[in-house]
Design a protein around this ligand. Sequence first.
Ligand SMILES: Cc1cc2nc3c(=O)[nH]c(=O)nc-3n(C[C@H](O)[C@H](O)[C@H](O)COP(=O)(O)O)c2cc1C
Length: 337
Amino acid sequence: MLKIGNATLKHGIMLAPMAGATDYAFRKVCKGFGAEYLVSEMVCAKALCYEQKIKKSITASPSKTAPLAAIREGELPMAVQIFGSEPQFMAEAARMISENSYRGATSVHTPTAIDINMGCPVAKVVSNGEGSALLKNPKLAAEIVRAVRGAVDIPVTVKIRIGWDKNSINAVEMAKYLEDAGASLICVHGRTREQQYAPSADWSHIANVKRAVSVPVIGNGDIFEPRDASKMLRETGCDGVMIGRGALGNPWIFENTINLFEGREERKIPQNEVIDVALSHLKLMIETKGERAGIAESRKHLGWYMKGIRGAAELRNRINCAESLPEIEEILLSLKE
Ligand SMILES: Cc1cc2nc3c(=O)[nH]c(=O)nc-3n(C[C@H](O)[C@H](O)[C@H](O)COP(=O)(O)O)c2cc1C
């Protein structure tokens, strides 16, 4: 059992935040298959703050950042993740998110927690001292957690990598600073910033962090099958697991991980069910983003769903050329057995 604020998770199986992938539609699909905890895509704290300065008027363009922070009906427990390097912007963004008071806010719930991104490796993020760049500055990282803690009444959690590069692995030091600053939970992705997403994650640092702090530690990195999740729990002693790429095109990983944890057989997913879920995921994306953006953004998901299906490459090409829901629907339904 894992407690985060007012939420209790039976197994601690979470969907990892993935910008450009874990939008409402995908979160809903994963939740439907058992993901116990969701995290939003990362929200730029400074952008959210700056967008408040735009005068409310008919001509003001809609907020681009606000939709990323929205929590819809049925999504709790869920954290909204923010990134940034300036404590005052981080605190202000967190306060607005927790109160649902920013321009364009549509959340129907207060988030379970505010999560702080200290792992993003993307150049344009780290060049501003944000994301994983904070691993090089544990004191500033702690200052950010302190400021955010002071601004909200909900738990503040942090997602880190194990260090900047192989010569500066400092996950344990970071975690102690963050705990001391008031972090309620720390998620550790077992890679350095330099490694980006390969080679494989080194879980031993997750175990080291778990031994070093008393707040819950979530392990992350390279869970592609249910047995990877139980192996991670066993090898690191972590309190829960976060699954990212392993859920893309395979939201059933949550169901089957729970099956494994509860001593049930793995459920083989029939091709027809894959098609049905892909189609309803696509429809949900269109419903929430409009046909144009919904179709454009769903192409990668459809590609992931098609991965195990015969002739996947050809199918992906056909889907990429299709421009309307009926066209894609026809392609998908033709795969039904
Ligand atoms: C496309 C993509 C987008 C990501 N976006 C975020 C993000 O917004 N915030 C974050 O903390 N991590 C982000 N990550 C990192 C994942 O949350 C996770 O730490 C990483 O993928 C390792 O876990 P996995 O091996 O289960 O995928 C992203 C990863 C991917 C592949």
